[in-house]
Design a protein around this ligand. Structure first.
Ligand SMILES: *[C@@H]1O[C@H](CO)[C@@H](O)[C@H](O)[C@H]1NC(C)=O
Ligand SMILES: *[C@@H]1O[C@H](CO)[C@@H](O)[C@H](O)[C@H]1NC(C)=O
Ligand SMILES: *[C@@H]1O[C@H](CO)[C@@H](O)[C@H](O)[C@H]1NC(C)=O
Length: 109
C-alpha cells in the first residue's frame, strides 16, 4: 500500500471520528500533555525506528463517548534531527487507562 493511500485512510478515519460534539482542549493542560506524551511513547514502542521525542501539543479536541474520553490531538515530535507534526487519537477510559487509536504523520502542506 502506497503512502498516499495510507494518508487518505488516516484522513478518512480522522474525519469519521470527528462526527461527535468535540470541544477544544487547552494545549497547555498537563493532562492533555500527558495524553500526547503517551501517544508518542506508545507509538515509538511499536515503531522502534521512529524513536520520537514529544515536543508540544499544537491543537486538539476531546469528546466524551460511551467508552471514555476521546482525544484527537495535533502534536509535534522530533526524531532526533527533524521536527514533524503528527495527529494522534487517544481514548481514555474511565479507569484512567489510555489507548492509542491512531497516530499518523501530517505531511508538509
Ligand atoms: C465502544 O467500545 C465498543 C467495544 O470495543 C465498540 O464496539 C464501540 O464502537 C465503542 N464506541 C465508541 C463510541 O467508540
Ligand atoms: C507543524 O504545524 C505548525 C502549526 O500548524 C506549522 O507552523 C509548522 O510549519 C508545521 N511543521 C511541519 C514540519 O510541518
Ligand atoms: C488498563 O486496563 C486494563 C484492563 O482494565 C489493565 O489490564 C491494564 O493494566 C491497564 N493499563 C494501565 C496502563 O493502567
Amino acid at each position: 500500500m502506497g503512502f498516499q493511500s495510507l494518508v487518505l485512510i488516516v484522513i478518512v478515519l480522522l474525519v469519521s471520528a470527528a462526527t461527535n460534539q468535540a470541544i477544544p482542549v487547552d494545549i497547555n493542560d498537563p493532562h492533555v500533555i500527558n495524553v500526547a506524551t503517551f501517544a508518542v511513547t506508545e507509538y515509538s514502542k511499536h515503531n522502534t525506528e521512529a524513536n520520537l521525542i514529544f515536543e508540544k501539543v499544537t491543537n486538539g479536541v476531546s469528546d466524551v463517548t460511551e467508552n471514555g474520553t476521546n482525544y484527537r490531538l495535533t502534536l509535534s515530535a522530533n526524531d532526533g534531527s527533524t521536527s514533524n507534526n503528527f495527529s494522534a487519537i487517544v481514548l481514555e477510559n474511565p479507569a484512567d487507562n489510555f489507548t492509542l487509536t491512531a497516530f499518523a504523520l501530517i505531511p508538509h502542506a
